[in-house]
Design a protein around this ligand. Structure first.
Ligand SMILES: NC(=O)c1ccc[n+]([C@@H]2O[C@H](COP(=O)([O-])OP(=O)(O)OC[C@H]3O[C@@H](n4cnc5c(N)ncnc54)[C@H](OP(=O)(O)O)[C@@H]3O)[C@@H](O)[C@H]2O)c1
Length: 303
């Protein structure tokens, strides 16, 4: 982009997920300290990693480090890839029964021979900090207070903290997974703030997604395919939230993390946009801490 063009296209606001996540961590840290001093409760998150998938191992380690930073106790248990479904269920049941464990996170994906739904269903809904249990999903659906899955929760917080108006706007969400697209669409449509949005959901069954995305005041991509959102998919002045995380190989053989959105060509059109990395990712991690604190407050009878 030349300077000449830039003078006609004001820069989009860069929605800084790292800065917001730091703000949320500081708030959680203060509340954790208060819970500890007032009630003697130290929030505890237990994480289960099954198998040796390197990406999953990094995610779990980072989540443990995040906990440490804010005063939440974390315990990581590793089971070999060949662990049986029953072994995984036994760990979950033991953690359900342990009052020092407030939050339970089973890192997904699990090895193919283990039924993920059965494992998620086994987690106590009171400790479901990932928000994947059907009871949590049901609460999101009918607008009751519960554990909101961390990524949709993080996106809502971004919109809220950047004062992005959602009421009366049209949001187009690309992707309908149970952990991102579907709950986010439902949350945005709820009569609350942020929310009260008219929502369109696109997916692989949508013949021409650009027809819909070009109508979006708020465009959210949760697909997992770099380049699925180009400048031709975006209405000038839209807010663009990129949930996608994709690892691409550059011509020199090195790797880079990128989103779904072609950032360089979309940014000049947008009113506000999230980068990848440094956008939704850190918010997802921060909201896990918030959910774990919530689980500890529930255990302490404070919620
Ligand atoms: N930033 C974070 O913290 C965070 C957290 C979670 C996930 N992610 C990333 O977000 C992305 C989505 O994650 P997910 O778990 O929701 O993925 P997923 O379960 O694979 O779902 C992807 C969704 O995108 C739809 N889709 C795929 N290709 C499409 C296309 N060309 N046009 C329109 N829709 C298309 C799929 O449609 P169908 O339903 O028709 O198959 C599906 O609904 C991934 O890159 C993931 O790594 C990031």
């Amino acid at each position: 982009m030349t300077d000449e063009v830039r003078t006609f296209a004001p820069m989009a606001v860069l929605i800084d997920g790292n800065a917001l996540a730091a703000e949320i961590r500081a708030e959680v840290q203060a509340e954790v300290a208060q819970l500890r001093s007032e009630m003697g409760i130290v929030p505890g998150l237990n994480l289960l990693l099954v198998g040796e998938d390197p990406a999953s191992a990094v995610y779990v380690r980072n989540k443990g480090k995040d906990c440490e930073k804010v005063g939440i106790t974390s315990t990581i248990m590793r089971l070999p890839a060949g662990a049986s479904e029953q072994e995984v269920l036994d760990v979950v049941q033991a953690w359900n029964a342990d009052p020092a464990v407030h939050g339970i996170l089973v890192q997904l994906p699990l090895p193919k021979h283990i039924d993920e739904h059965r494992v998620i269903n086994a987690i106590s809904p009171l400790k479901d900090v990932d928000g994947f249990h059907p009871q949590s999903a049901g609460k999101v659906m009918i607008g009751l207070d519960g554990f909101i899955p961390c990524t949709p929760f993080g996106v809502l917080e971004m919109l809220r903290r950047y004062n992005i108006e959602t009421s009366g706007k049209h949001a187009v969400v690309v992707g309908r997974s149970n952990i991102v697209g579907k709950p986010l669409s439902i949350l945005l449509a709820q009569k609350r703030k942020p929310g009260n949005t008219t929502v369109t959901i696109c997916h692989t069954g949508t013949p021409n997604i650009a027809e819909y995305t070009r109508m979006a005041d708020i465009l959210i991509s949760a697909v997992g395919s770099h380049g699925v959102i180009t400048k031709d998919h975006v209405k000038p002045g839209a807010v663009v939230i990129d949930v996608g995380i994709n690892r691409i190989t550059l011509p020199d053989g090195t790797h880079k993390l990128v989103g779904d959105v072609l950032f360089d060509e979309v940014e000049p059109l947008a009113q506000a946009i999230t980068p990848v990395p440094g956008g939704v990712g850190p918010m997802t991690r921060a909201m896990l801490l918030r959910n774990t604190l919530k689980a500890a407050l529930i255990a302490g009878g404070k919620q």
